[in-house]
Design a protein around this ligand. Structure first.
Ligand code: BES
Ligand code: ZN
Length: 857
């Protein structure tokens, strides 16, 4: 067969007639010149006669490429780079016969500042001197920026890395150091062979880094690494790293697949963290925290991210999706396992309750016509990047939770174990998972699950009585904007029903397969609750009579997650036009006594949403409405925790105070905040950390230039990553246009890290006093932002446009992205546009009612 016919039709995929099995990789970074030189020997299995080899490479210069078959024959290749397809073609003067070959490459590259590939990160030490370190970020498709390779997840190989570095520095990679020596004034660090793994999991970090003492978990030494001076912030992250590693070894029934486990905090980092086998990298806020001054939310974030990345060591690293369309097998699982591990570590945090917020985030995208199925075709790198979204993570994790609850946690775990054992060191697809889970569950899983993975959207389950003796459940696809075609879809929905018969409870589990189903009821049912336990990935709409009964029985009879769903479903149906706004507002009145932070979060979010829609002269009335809802709750809780109060109530207090001071614009709260802040500055230990973010943002909201200066200074000199972040984002919360202009200008000049800058722009887009200014700024500086910001950040920044909810701005937004032909990958932009459309349509539809309601307060 000639080589050209083996090439796949898809120009983004590599042909499969040459398979790499091992990379012996040697890299020599020069941190001062911001360059690196590299050499590698790739062991190959040639499966068909060929005279050409195609592999991935981008932004590299390749000096030479030679093949040898270990009998002394050497073939030198002509090298052709295709920058747009990010690949290079090696053409040999004669044909290469099947068998084992070694490919030798010599190449050079730049240490970039784009936070991908092999890149530079900088930090200042205590004396103010700037230092550089080099780190890698390869997922999804950026290993090819550091060394030429077969950069697709199913070309798994063994990696043996050697780093040649300045003797004053240290280096970390995926495995243990096998040998260290000095050669020609350089430190040569050779790392042990890795397991067979994908290119996107390779990592190396070079710089002045300090490590904790290792804590052993079985045979695995677990360490945390930081830049000098930050070691005091490691114990909390270390503890969850150890606890979750133990938990996963138990759950998966398979030992940790690496030979050591390092977790490294990198000062510049595009995402939250990255699961490189044995060398997990994090942004600092996701690993380092001071438990004494951190809020519950900040501590939970660290626990989440650490547990999530550790979960990947099996799900993702040991067993990997075959291609990026199946990314959910990595990310949904890691998210699901993250919940299990954190819940096991701190059951009092009620992690599955707060997961409701994530499920709701998935609903809000999955209710769009521009949503996509969890599994979705991917070709170009941009589209692979766009897969890292709430559908992959949060919808994916939600449907796993639903399945786990449906077949039972033990059966589910057994299926997972079987799946990991069967595909260890290899790749897998969705169907492989169904086979394993189906074996464990002794029931066919595809019929049940395919609809959730391969269809877009989710069902709205409507409940209505059929006389006294039965309830009728029906399903249709939930949409915000009505779409006839979508109503044809259906799912297999595991529905749990709780029946109240006076003081007694009965439970029903049914599988709603058809469009409609009649569930007979026993006598004397006084109320019923659909989606008991709250794990189902569907929304519920009650008939008015059923809703009334449910409210009449008392909300305190429901679990927090069920109350959350009640409000969240009601608000979603209000947005979609199925529930009139006054009815929703009436419902919120029933929650004045609420004590759950997640339920409050959904209530407050709905008011923030409305705050973006009302005109400035209606705003005072909306503020009054927020005050009437929130003030009694703040009053009940007070500003200081009671002795022995749990973390969740502490966090709730912070959220409520923040809402009352900003959204409610309550002057007494603003004054209290100023007083408490003074007290906190005098004696940081005297104020509960959980209310500090609220206080800081209230002070920004009402702040003048002097306060702006003070907060900017505190951002620059913060003692912890969390404090730095808090003051940075406070700069987006001021009201004065002049001050907001300074914040915006700072995002593209003046040293703000590019890992943060796009999120700051997005925060100003979300500030009703600054959004138009931020939008003008974004338009005027787009090219620079596009060049400067990590791609992921840029995409997230654009998410802020959904706040530009007036018809004029909406028009302008569409025009800007259209004429510039901006593509954020996948369906990202279409989803932002549609979310904006929904907001503007809601404003048109409910405008009169908003006016009336917020005038009558
Ligand atoms: N594999 C991802 C990191 C990643 C994200 C790589 C986007 C490429 C693009 C990692 O496991 C991850 O999911 N990180 C999350 C944090 C997690 C706790 C949800 C992140 O970075 O936000
Ligand atoms: Zn992940």
């Amino acid at each position: 067969m000639t080589p050209d016919t083996t090439a796949t039709v898809d120009p983004y995929r590599l042909p499969r007639h040459v398979i790499p099995t091992r990379y012996d990789l040697r890299l020599e970074p020069d941190l001062t010149a911001a360059t690196f030189s590299g050499r590698e020997t790739i062991t190959l299995r040639v499966e068909q006669v060929t005279s050409a080899i195609t592999m991935n490479a981008v932004d590299l210069t390749i000096a030479s490429a030679e093949l040898d078959d270990q009998t002394g024959r050497r073939l030198s290749a002509a090298i052709e780079l295709d920058e747009s397809l990010q690949r290079c073609q090696l053409r040999f003067p004669e044909s290469v016969r099947p068998g084992e070959w070694r490919l030798h490459l010599v190449f050079q590259g730049k240490l970039n500042d784009q936070l991908r590939g092999f890149y530079r990160s900088t930090y200042k030490d205590q004396s103010g001197t700037t230092h550089t370190l080099a780190a890698t970020q390869f997922e999804a498709t950026d290993a090819r920026r550091a060394f030429p390779c077969w950069d697709e997840p199913d070309f798994k190989a063994v990696f043996a890395t050697t780093l040649v570095i300045d003797p004053a520095l240290t280096a970390v990679s995926n495995t243990q150091v096998a040998a260290e020596s000095i050669d020609a004034g350089k430190k040569v660090m050779r790392f042990a062979d890795s397991i067979k793994m994908s290119t996107y999991l390779v990592a190396f970090i070079v710089g002045r880094m300090e490590a904790t003492k290792p804590i052993p978990v079985g045979k695995t030494a677990v360490r945390l690494w930081t830049v000098p001076g930050k070691q005091p912030l490691t114990p909390f992250g270390h503890e969850i790293a150890v606890a979750s590693l133990k938990f996963f070894e138990g759950y998966y029934g398979i030992p940790y697949p690496g030979d050591k486990l390092d977790l490294l905090a990198i000062p510049d980092f595009a995402s939250g963290a990255m699961e490189n086998l044995g060398a997990i990298t994090f942004r600092e806020t996701a690993l380092l925290v001071d438990p004494a001054s951190g809020t519950h939310g900040e501590l939970e974030r660290v626990a989440d991210v650490v547990a999530h990345e550790n979960a990947h060591m099996w799900f993702g690293d040991l067993v990997t999706m075959s291609w990026w369309n199946g990314l959910w097998l990595n990310e949904a699982f890691a998210t699901f396992m993250e919940m299990l591990a954190v819940d096991d570590w701190k059951p009092e945090w009620k992690r599955w309750d707060s997961f409701s917020v994530s499920r709701a985030a998935a609903f809000s995208v999955d209710g769009l016509q521009s949503t996509r199925p969890i599994e979705f075709p991917v070709r170009a790198p941009k589209d692979a990047d766009a897969m890292f979204d709430v559908l992959t993570y949060e919808k994916g994790a939600s449907v796993l939770r639903m399945l786990e609850q449906h077949i039972g946690p033990t059966v589910f775990r057994d299926g997972v174990r079987e799946y990991l054992r069967t595909h260890a060191y290899g790749n897998a697809d969705t169907n492989d998972l169904w086979v394993s889970l189906g074996t464990a569950a002794r029931q066919p899983v595809p019929e049940l699950m395919d609809g959730w993975i391969f269809q877009p959207g989710f069902p709205l389950v409507t409940a209505d009585m059929d006389g006294e003796s039965a309830v009728v459940l029906s399903q249709q696809r939930f949409t915000y904007l009505q779409n006839k075609q979508a109503t044809e879809q259906s799912w297999q929905v595991p529905v749990r029903i709780s029946l109240g018969i006076g003081e007694k409870r009965e439970h029903r589990h049914v599988l709603l397969k058809d469009r409609q189903m009649r569930v007979p009821l026993p006598e004397g049912v006084t109320h019923l609750l659909i989606n008991e336990g709250g794990h189902g990935f569907y929304r519920v709409r009650y008939s008015p009579a059923l809703l009334r009964q449910l409210l009449d029985t008392g909300l305190d009879r429901l679990a927090p997650i069920e109350r959350f769903n009640l409000v969240s479903d009601a608000w979603a149906t209000t947005l979609s036009g199925l529930m009139p706004l006054p009815e929703y507002l009436h419902l919120t009145g029933a929650f004045r006594e609420e004590r759950d932070k997640n339920v409050w979060a959904v209530l407050l979010d709905s008011f923030s949403f409305m705050n973006r829609l009302v005109s400035p002269n209606e705003r005072p009335a909306l503020e009054a409405c927020v005050r009437s809802l929130v003030a009694p709750a703040v009053h009940r809780l007070g500003w200081t925790p009671e002795a022995g109060e749990n973390d969740l109530v502490r966090q709730l207090r912070g959220e409520l105070i923040g809402a009352l001071g900003k959204l409610g614009n309550d002057s007494a709260t603003q004054q209290q905040a100023a007083e408490r802040y003074e007290r906190y500055r005098q004696d940081p230990g005297s104020v509960d950390p959980n209310i500090i973010p609220a206080i800081v943002s209230i002070l920004a909201h009402t702040g003048d230039e002097a306060r702006y200066e003070a907060f900017s200074e505190r951002y620059r000199t913060a003692a912890t990553p969390q404090e730095e972040r808090r003051y940075l984002f406070s700069l987006a919360a001021f009201q004065s246009p002049a001050l907001l202009q300074r914040t915006l200008a700072g995002t593209i000049s003046g040293g703000m890290r590019t890992q943060d800058a796009p999120f700051v722009v997005s925060a100003v887009l979300g500030n009703v006093y600054g959004r138009e200014q931020a939008w003008s700024f974004l338009k005027a500086n787009w090219d620079q932002m596009d060049r400067l910001f990590p791609k992921q950040g840029l995409r997230r920044m654009c998410g802020g446009i959904v706040c530009l909810a007036t018809p004029e701005l909406e028009q302008d937004v569409r025009e800007f992205f259209g004429t510039r032909k901006i593509d954020l990958g996948g369906k990202t932009l279409a989803q932002y546009f549609e979310q904006l459309r929904i907001a503007v349509a809601f404003r048109d539809r409910e405008g009169a009612s908003l006016k009336k309601l917020f005038r009558s307060q």
